[in-house]
Design a protein around this ligand. Sequence first.
Ligand SMILES: Nc1ncnc2c1ncn2[C@@H]1O[C@H](COP(=O)(O)OP(=O)(O)OP(=O)(O)O)[C@@H](O)[C@H]1O
Ligand SMILES: [Mg+2]
Length: 209
Amino acid sequence: MSIVITVAQQKGGAGKSTLVANLAAAMATLRRVAVLDIDPQHSLARWNAIRLARTEPAATLTFSDLSGWRLAGELDRLRRDYDVVLIDSPPVIDADARRAIRGADLVVVPVQPSPPDIWAAEGTLKLAAEEKRPACLILNRVPTGSRLRDTTDHELQARGLAVLPAVLGNRAVFSHAFAEGLGVTESAPRSRAAVELRAVLAAILGMIA
Ligand SMILES: Nc1ncnc2c1ncn2[C@@H]1O[C@H](COP(=O)(O)OP(=O)(O)OP(=O)(O)O)[C@@H](O)[C@H]1O
Ligand SMILES: [Mg+2]
């Protein structure tokens, strides 16, 4: 059975592309994975180009950047041919973001532990609710040694929002891996970031099963 995971959040820089790249890379050795980049900034297209040009090839991923009216058809095709489809979306709620949310089995909304990210997430969660799609928040760039995780978690749960029980810390290895066209599980498999990423992946898959 194929699953579609849309990573969406209207706030720029929340970690959408980082999360999609890392989830895709972590699953690529075990499943047929397609990445669909509907963000006109095309960060993931660049990541994928670096990945393809590597002298030491990384596990195969299929990449697509069709958007607009062709998006629904492309999603149907990818669903048929791949085990997992991961969609990276733009930092706006536009028609494409709505289509990507409509087609998702799960909408994952990265939030940094700060009020503007949380406020922006509400718009994305509202859209998921309108489209009757399950959605959850994931805390990203959580600073080590601060109480921000607990206080943010508490605040989000108090508002009745679904928060993934795994978080990603603020770790430079995420940006190093991205620059090499890799995920952290590939570039630094023993790092704290890779451990966190695997826990996040397991939690996401657990929400879909
Ligand atoms: N967990 C993390 N630790 C450290 N840096 C991170 C982490 N997650 C993301 N970043 C960095 O934050 C910046 C923004 O991340 P990213 O591009 O993934 O966000 P985005 O939501 O896709 O942005 P946009 O809305 O512009 O598409 C990047 O420089 C990325 O390397
Ligand atoms: Mg992005």
